[in-house]
Write a protein that binds this ligand. Structure first.
Ligand SMILES: Nc1ncnc2c1ncn2[C@@H]1O[C@H](COP(=O)(O)OP(=O)(O)OP(=O)(O)O)[C@@H](O)[C@H]1O
Ligand SMILES: [Mg+2]
Length: 231
């Protein structure tokens, strides 16, 4: 096959058609703070991407950008079309403190995606069992510890049956065993349901155990992107 043909294929749009997100030369400034500096990144459908970096590196800013909650100061951010459902687990979780865990989970119920309430209830029970919170469903969120709240935030996002999950430090308050359990659950969704996952964490050690891509930020710059197992 001639080289010119291969080169033209490489540059053709088809090879990139599975990219859900594409950032080109993205800068985000907050006043004098450059939270992201010339970031180029593509995220493909069905990928698991860990966004790593120390506190202040720009992880949450990157996730907000992918969620469409903010626009780049300069550069371009191509986001998925509106028929792709993106669900977020925020760093501060945004749970209703005065409501029970179960009531919080029910906020994910949508008549358009579940046949009926029974179907939702059955998913809710199954997922709660997997993360070991089934006997805590009646507890008010304000009485739950940080790890429990993170599990609730994650379950609420998964119950909304997203195509893409953007999770900001979803295991910061969890011990190693619970973190691994949560990742195994996400991995199951990735493999079985094609869920695309972007997971921000400062915990590089955790990431090394898992298959997936990694985007490592330092001071707003993307300094490594590639397979997680090579870091
Ligand atoms: N709304 C804002 N206004 C001003 N500065 C901001 C704002 N959001 C973020 N920053 C600054 O941008 C930089 C990147 O912040 P960001 O929250 O993205 O980091 P992070 O990697 O998520 O950190 P952490 O691990 O602590 O969550 C930091 O210097 C932060 O102080
Ligand atoms: Mg953050």
């Amino acid at each position: 096959m001639n080289r010119g043909f291969l080169e033209s294929l490489k540059n053709s749009k088809h090879l990139h058609s599975s990219s859900l997100f594409r950032l080109n030369g993205v800068n985000v400034n907050f006043g004098k703070v450059n939270a992201l500096k010339n970031v180029n990144l593509q995220i493909k459908k069905g990928e698991i991407l860990f966004v790593t970096g120390k506190s202040g590196a720009g992880k949450s800013t990157l996730l907000s950008l992918l969620a469409g909650d903010m626009r780049p100061t300069s550069g371009s951010a191509l986001l998925p079309s509106s028929n792709v459902f993106v669900s977020q687990v925020f760093q501060d979780l945004k749970l209703f403190q005065n409501r029970t865990i179960e009531e919080n989970l029910w906020y994910a119920f949508d008549k358009k995606i579940y046949k009926n309430k029974n179907e939702f209830q059955s998913d809710l029970m199954e997922l709660s069992s997997v993360l070991g919170i089934r006997d805590r469903l009646g507890q008010k969120v304000k009485d739950a510890n940080g790890g429990m709240k993170q599990k609730v935030g994650m379950l609420r996002a998964l119950l909304s049956r997203p195509d893409v999950l953007l999770a900001d430090e979803p295991t910061a308050a969890l011990d190693k065993e619970s973190s691994t359990k949560m990742f195994d659950l996400l991995n199951f969704y990735n493999v079985r349901k094609g869920l695309t996952i972007v997971w921000a964490t400062h915990n590089r050690e955790l990431v090394k155990q898992f298959p997936g891509e990694i985007a490592h930020l330092e001071g707003g710059k993307l300094i490594y992107s590639g397979k997680a197992c090579f870091i």
